[in-house]
Design a protein around this ligand. Structure first.
Ligand SMILES: [Zn+2]
Length: 295
């Protein structure tokens, strides 16, 4: 018997290459991406095979630059019944983009994905959850580009991302865009990251699962995220600092087994299916939402 009979849980996958991650942004220049061995086809096959074996439909936030180079990946995502969503085109942290560059990036990605897959793309996730409290304009550009929802906040404190005071459950912004935060868990007044990433690989499954169960109980849904590169211990190693290498490479060998367990334990569906027809509060202005003044 699955834990949650109602489908309120989503598994989301941010589709990018191992050399495009923000943690290596100081070590790998964008103009050198071409020189790295691509591993995405192999990694996506691993994930798509696992999901089809476990009968799980996920949401894939795909980079435009990946879609352009590997259109077959996009077609496979859609033909397997998953949701195709956008991770922008270039995977640049929003703080490194002007409003116009950001607008071009997210419009280009949406158009590309829709042209390749012939489906409507309604979901967006910012690279590295990088919409900061002062980026109200980013939400306006996302809405303007035609997206219906964004899953771009992680309400925790972290060195690369996080809006710790933002709400932990879905809400509408002033402009009508739905924001679906990544899963967190409150423990002794601390907000812990329960939504995937490096902690999922680092911690033993039963400890991680305790956090996820608590999160699901507290919030009534799960929004779990992961990346294809997290399941490929054979990927070339990037020369970087100890912390970035540790976070990136830790326990990649055991991650697929863990993800399989997660798929057996929880009843997952896409973010669009779970959330788009629900009623959520409208919280208004992003700056006040991000500073915790909307609750
Ligand atoms: Zn990303």
């Amino acid at each position: 018997m699955l834990n949650n009979q109602l489908r309120t849980n989503s598994l989301t996958i941010d589709v990018e290459e191992y050399f495009q991650v923000e943690a290596f942004a100081n070590d790998v220049k964008k103009q050198d991406w071409e020189t790295f061995e691509s591993r995405i086809v192999y990694q996506m096959d691993l994930l798509l095979d696992l999901l089809s074996e476990k009968n799980v439909h996920a949401t894939f936030f795909v980079l435009g630059i990946i879609a352009e180079k590997h259109p077959n990946i996009i077609k496979k995502i859609v033909s397997c019944g998953h949701e195709l969503a956008s991770h922008g085109y270039n995977h640049q942290h929003i703080s490194k983009q002007s409003r116009q560059t950001f607008s071009d990036d997210i419009n280009q990605a949406k158009q590309l994905l829709e042209d390749i897959a012939s489906v409507q793309v309604t979901g967006y996730r910012a690279p590295c959850f990088s919409i900061a409290p002062d980026n109200e304009w980013a939400h306006n550009e996302i809405k303007e580009a035609g997206y219906l929802y964004s899953s771009s906040t992680y309400p925790i404190a972290h060195d690369f991302y996080g809006v710790p005071k933002a709400p932990r459950t879905p809400y509408y912004l002033q402009n009508g865009l739905l924001e679906i935060p990544v899963s967190t868990c409150k423990f002794r007044n601390k907000t812990l990251p329960a939504g995937g990433g490096g902690f999922f690989r680092l911690l033993p499954y039963f400890i991680y699962n305790k956090m996820l169960k608590a999160s699901s109980k507290q919030l009534g849904f799960i929004n779990f995220y992961t990346h294809p590169w997290e399941y490929d211990p054979q990927q070339p190693k990037i020369k970087s600092n100890f912390k970035s290498n540790f976070r990136h490479n830790i326990n990649q060998h055991s991650a697929l087994t863990k993800l399989g367990k997660l798929c057996e334990q929880y009843n997952f569906d896409t973010l669009a299916n779970v959330h788009l027809n629900n009623t959520y509060p409208s919280l208004g202005n992003w700056q006040s939402i991000a500073s915790g003044n909307s609750d």
